[in-house]
Design a protein around this ligand. Sequence first.
Ligand SMILES: Cc1ncc(COP(=O)(O)O)c(C=O)c1O
Length: 348
Amino acid sequence: MSGGDAARMIVDLRSDTVTKPTPAMREAMAAAEVGDDVYAEDPTVNALQAEVAALFGHEAALFAPTGSMANQIAIQLVVPRADELLCDADAHVVNYEVGAAAAIGGVSTRTWPARGADLDPDEIAAMIRPDGYHAVTTRAIAVEQTHNRAGGAVLPLATLERLRSVADDAGLALHCDGARIWHAHVADGVPLATYGRLFDTLSVCLSKGLGAPVGSLVVGSAEKIEKARWIRKRMGGGMRQVGVLAAAGQYALRHHIARLADDHARAARLASALAPFGVVDVEAVRTNLVPLDLTKSPVDALALGAAARDAGVLVSVMGPHSARLVTHLDVDDAGIDRAIEVLTRVLS
Ligand SMILES: Cc1ncc(COP(=O)(O)O)c(C=O)c1O
């Protein structure tokens, strides 16, 4: 690469949601057959829903515009109004969905302390409150796979199996915010259907790492998904000729899952290169997120973000001393080389 090319290149490591549809994905979108999906007459949406349900070994799935809406539909499916959902304190469903569980679903939430992949099913079992006259009744548990705020941590299958037993013993539903479940599947080699059978409901995203411009699905039993259609409509998520978007999702599922291994390898390379600055736990980087802890660095997160941006590398500033790098479809090896060059210079 010439000096001029390097200077013009923007390496956007803020999020895996910044990807743009590839030319082949755009072709698939342009060729999609469409119909009115509020009448369930969009053949491409129907095919995508069937495909995703089958991938997770469930009866049905429902296309939704966003991961947040898919999560909130699922929460309303498994928790009646005024009852309770348990999740960890860093969960997307309680931190980044603008209070939707309470505001829209009328759902109470209670959290356990976030410990990334070190989730303790016994600790969660001890929090469950049965039906009673005074207490809020616990109805469901939600986990996140992979975990966003925990730096893309992968919950081990054995932990999830123990959690399933906890839920069964208490008669609770188990929901998975699987926005990046594909990454867990690629990192740990666990089949998607194996994850699927552990959960009553899942939400999965096509626009985080898989490269589709938009789209998520709620996955569950036929009965639940029938009800989910109704909840989605009430939330304003009934869409019309949306097969053009579903086609992008189908393309992403067929072509962009296995390649996540490249994103994981690039994240690991970034982590190793920055490890000498004491800002990253290399062992903890298992998927495509690289959290930076700058508490011991002379450079704070705002300064890092600004200096990197001036050099064409975009990072997420998460707090005064924390930042995040995310690898994805639109960052190749040359981009990682460039990011390493810039970030090591800024951190030195
Ligand atoms: C773990 C997780 N769940 C849900 C979402 C919500 O997705 P959306 O932005 O499509 O609403 C995100 C978004 O990044 C996420 O990281």
